[in-house]
Design a protein around this ligand. Sequence first.
Ligand code: APR
Length: 230
Amino acid sequence: MDVNVANYERIVFFTGAGMSAESGVPTYRGAGGIWKEYDYLTYACQDAFDRDPSAVWDFHNYRRELVGQCQPNLGHKLIAACEKNYPAMTIVTQNIDGLHQLAGSNSVIELHGSLWRVRDERIGVRKTTRDSPFDAQQSNGSFWRPDIVWFGDMLDEAVLSDAVRVISNCDLFVSIGTSAVVYPAAQLPLLAKDAGALCIEINPEETPLSSLYDLTLRTAASTALEQLCS
Ligand code: APR
């Protein structure tokens, strides 16, 4: 099947950690995956933060340092270029690395928050900071919390409903580099299918959702995007 984004109007790129793998950002699962080395129960859940915010921040500051050195790859750039030609294009990402925005994309829905945002629920404040390391302890002793959806957290309702709206109305849905095992994100491709969109999966490996797709490209993100976007 020969597909080109030029033949579609309402395009959704649905991205996961594999999108940034070519930039040097480790994925979460599989070889070299973050959750192989770091136990999310110690570093990436609300209980861990309540128990030991310093340990959680050591992990997130390590990630800030690592991701802060990474640059958008060809795939991010091709998607950003696409947005210029197709205004009704949206990126729905599970990634917290900010690399789509760094590549120049504006229309980005971050399902799982951002490594570069922090919040203090007690005073109802969110802020963006690329400080690395970020000094998370405030003068009153309390800690800023990474504005990230951790294990066990609910997704932000407004963010999720934005994602549901654009995916339910798309005519081309391109999933890139996600293992499709984390919910509710993993359910979203079903909405595109129900909407009658052409559904494409880009992933070197099969996923539990592979059978849903009209076309699967078993290759690295940038290689497949060169094919779709040129
Ligand atoms: N191009 C495309 N896909 C790739 C590439 C690449 N160069 N390299 C790896 N992949 C694929 C892997 O085959 C795997 O299926 O990317 C996928 C990465 O899967 P995960 O590490 O599970 O990442 P993701 O699906 O984004 O994780 C979802 O889990 O821990 C949470 O909140 C975290 O947002 C994250 C969520």
